[in-house]
Ligand binder design. Structure first.
Ligand SMILES: Nc1ncnc2c1ncn2[C@@H]1O[C@H](COP(=O)(O)OP(=O)(O)OP(=O)(O)O)[C@@H](O)[C@H]1O
Length: 386
């Protein structure tokens, strides 16, 4: 039978590291030895093993699980009499290395539009309800701004109704050049849509974290080049993606689309007040489907009621304390719907039609805006509170 000293000397750093290679990080599900989480291993003649482990963040909720796993794995080595685990926290540099490792070596890309001093204006187009014409407004504003000579792109983040590519007549899928995604374009507008990455017409059932990741990729990994304007077509409502936009592109400004109907206005107002929590600026309200010219006498018929746009704008002005204007009222127009179906936006196909002219007027207002600090949160947090 081996005596105590012989057993103790059988424990080597190599055997401890081998045991540690069976310990998986509970969140990343890879061995802690591969993740640079083993800081040091010390052994003494009595068979006590001290393992120092780097946690990715301080206060890591998995600290107890990691400690238990290390103790169990190392404790199984014959000759080990005690296992002590000491926890430390990775430095910023180590965390960067880890995230690079997890991304397969690719350095993390920044979102160019979120950098301070960016010249790209980012508009997040939001609505309370679905079907109010948010996507139609987005593509027409994009096409009108591009027709003015601006460099424009649209990110279709409307997971439930990704209709932007069809409305702009963008065909095909994005191509990939090394690890950059090249967006297809039509009418001078570059487009990326969630629909380009899902098979067929399959509904997207992604939840918050996946959507966040997808949006981040659309913004960071797509080669957009220099843009004057980026429009984000958000899903209707006040969901996760609005929060993601606020986190990823805090300087994005909000455009609210509503119908004149009072019920729709109330929901749109709720979508708008999200901006209060995220400290984003609301550029204005666009009222869509504001009446329809009677085909017989040309008199306007208020199919969806009246006043919704102004109700939302007034309510958001009160709520934010900053003036939120109605930027325009777009009438119901068959040519707008047809333009959407044909991939030929009405601002180009029938620029002088009532809807085409109203949308172009909104685009003019947007392109005439100066970037200013008024109404914007500066994102400053007091360092010390007295
Ligand atoms: N002013 C208008 N005149 C005529 N048809 C319109 C008008 N605005 C939108 N439409 C039509 O209404 C339908 C819904 O519009 P759209 O898809 O733009 O709405 P949406 O708010 O983006 O919907 P969702 O967010 O639910 O996808 C489309 O068929 C569109 O062509």
């Amino acid at each position: 039978m081996a005596n105590e000293t012989e057993v103790a000397t059988a424990v080597t750093e190599e055997s401890v590291r081998k045991a540690l290679s069976t310990v998986q990080d509970p969140e990343i599900n890879r061995p802690i030895t591969d993740l640079g989480m083993v800081k040091s291993v010390e052994l003494d003649a009595q068979g006590t093993v001290k393992v120092a482990v780097f946690l990715t963040v301080s206060g890591c909720p998995m600290r107890d699980t990691i400690t238990d796993r290390v103790k169990t794995a190392v404790g199984r080595i014959p000759g080990v009499t005690a296992v002590e685990v000491e926890l430390d926290v990775m430095s910023e540099e180590q965390r960067k290395e880890l995230s690079q490792l997890l991304r397969g070596g690719a350095p993390e890309r920044e979102i160019p539009f979120a950098k301070p001093g960016t010249l790209t204006r980012v508009y997040a187009v939001a609505s309370g309800k679905g079907g109010v014409g948010k996507s139609s407004v987005t593509v027409n504003l994009a096409a009108a701004l591009a027709a003015q000579g601006q460099k424009v792109a649209v990110v279709d983040a409307d997971i439930y109704g990704h209709s932007v590519p069809r409305m702009l007549g963008v065909e095909g899928r994005p191509t990939q050049v090394q690890d950059m995604i090249m967006p297809p374009a039509a009418h001078g507008v570059k487009v990326i849509s969630i629909g380009m990455f899902t098979p067929g017409n399959a509904p997207v059932v992604w939840r918050g974290p996946m959507l966040h990741r997808a949006l981040q990729q659309f913004l960071a990994d797509v080669y957009w080049g220099d843009l004057d304007v980026l429009l984000l077509d958000l899903p209707p409502g006040t969901g996760d993606i609005a929060i993601s936009v606020a986190q990823l592109v805090p300087n994005a400004e909000i455009l609210i689309v509503t119908t004149p109907q009072q019920a729709a206005a109330e929901v749109a107002e709720r979508a708008g007040t999200i901006a209060l929590q995220t400290h984003q600026k609301i550029v204005g309200v666009i009222e869509n489907m504001s009446g329809m010219p009677c085909p017989h006498c040309d008199e306007m018929v208020d199919v969806f009621g009246t006043g919704g746009g102004k109700t939302v704008a007034d309510a958001l002005t009160r709520a934010t304390g900053a003036e939120v204007p109605v930027l325009g009222s777009i009438p119901i127009d068959v040519r707008l719907r047809e333009g959407g179906d044909d991939g030929n936006p009405v601002v180009l196909a029938a620029p002088d039609s009532p809807a085409g002219a109203a949308l172009r007027a909104v685009a003019d207002k947007l392109s005439g805006r100066q970037r200013g600090l008024s109404g914007l949160s500066l994102g400053l947090t007091p360092k010390n509170k007295f």
